[in-house]
Design a binder for this molecule. Structure first.
Ligand SMILES: [Zn+2]
Length: 286
């Protein structure tokens, strides 16, 4: 696991085993806040050990940016902490997280020690603020990767933990294109020093504008590709020809995982578009 100090009392962690997923720690004078847990128990436990032994603090709050396993399944390793999330995150953990962990346990022994811990403190509208020492954390919705996405802004440092609303390649199979584009545009207007992506490396101030443009451009491109595919007799055949580079992204992102995510984006977006059309037709008065 990589670890870096982002600013005073703000730390960043990145997995070396699963999809470069990231987490954060904000340290106060008496206690600390963890933002997201990592995919494997051992990595999450290493974060806790850093907080307890290097910072000499206990974790009082864990914020989950969304319900996906690689961001929430480590909640159980902070037994004294209160978990904060969007109310929809709680609901999705019950509906999908619990059965998904059940089947994961059968495949991988490491997950036998994992228990789903549901967020105790949730919000569904507006923003929530959490004061940690001298720092103000503003927690607000950042949807599009999933419908329960939230981001955490360290106000004083202009550092944003964006969750998966911002990734080296936008991934929208469990969300939708319009929402993720809106989230990315909003992030672009925040005047940030750093974007901490849910996966991948930290984006520095000088790189932010280009990253925003590239991600918005990618979303526009895949929407165009899917629109064209839908008019073809065999849409999937057309999608198969459109690799990640043809949509303005490089496959080297996320340790080579990017092309696979791109493929799933095209398939998912086509499915979403077809379903939306069906719904529109059904709603039209006869
Ligand atoms: Zn993720």
């Amino acid at each position: 696991m990589h670890r870096e100090r982002v600013s005073e009392n703000v730390f960043w962690f990145q997995s070396e085993v699963y999809a470069q997923v990231t987490a954060g720690v904000i340290a106060g004078p008496q206690w600390a806040v963890v933002i997201d847990t990592l995919a494997l128990p051992e990595e999450t436990i290493a974060i806790r050990e850093f907080v307890e032994h290097e910072l000499n603090l206990q974790v009082r709050y864990v914020i989950n940016t969304h319900y996906h396993a690689d961001h929430t399944w480590g909640n159980c390793f902070f037994p004294g902490a209160t978990v904060i999330a969007h109310s929809l995150c709680r609901q999705l953990l019950i509906e999908r997280g619990v059965p998904s962990l059940e089947s994961m346990r059968k495949q991988n022994q490491a997950f036998r020690q994992v228990k789903i811990i549901l967020p105790q403190l949730t919000f569904s509208q507006g923003t929530m603020t959490l004061r940690v020492g001298k720092k103000n954390l503003t927690i607000s919705p950042a949807t599009g990767h999933s419908h329960d996405g939230i981001s955490v802004l360290v106000d004083e440092d202009r550092v944003l933990f964006a969750g998966d609303a911002f990734m080296p390649i936008p991934y929208l199979v469990d969300g939708n294109a319009e929402d993720i584009a809106a989230s990315i545009r909003r992030i672009g207007r925040m005047g940030l020093e750093n974007i901490i992506q849910g996966h991948g490396d930290i984006i520095l101030r000088g790189e932010i504008d280009a990253a925003i443009r590239e991600n918005l451009n990618y979303i526009a491109n895949i929407r165009k590709v899917v629109k064209t595919a839908k008019r073809r007799k065999y849409p999937q055949d057309y999608l198969d020809q459109m690799n990640i580079e043809s949509c303005g992204k490089s496959r080297v992102h996320l340790g080579g995982l990017a092309e696979e995510l791109h493929r799933r984006n095209l398939r998912g977006l086509l499915q979403q578009t077809i379903e939306e059309e069906k719904k529109e037709k059904a709603e039209k008065p006869k």
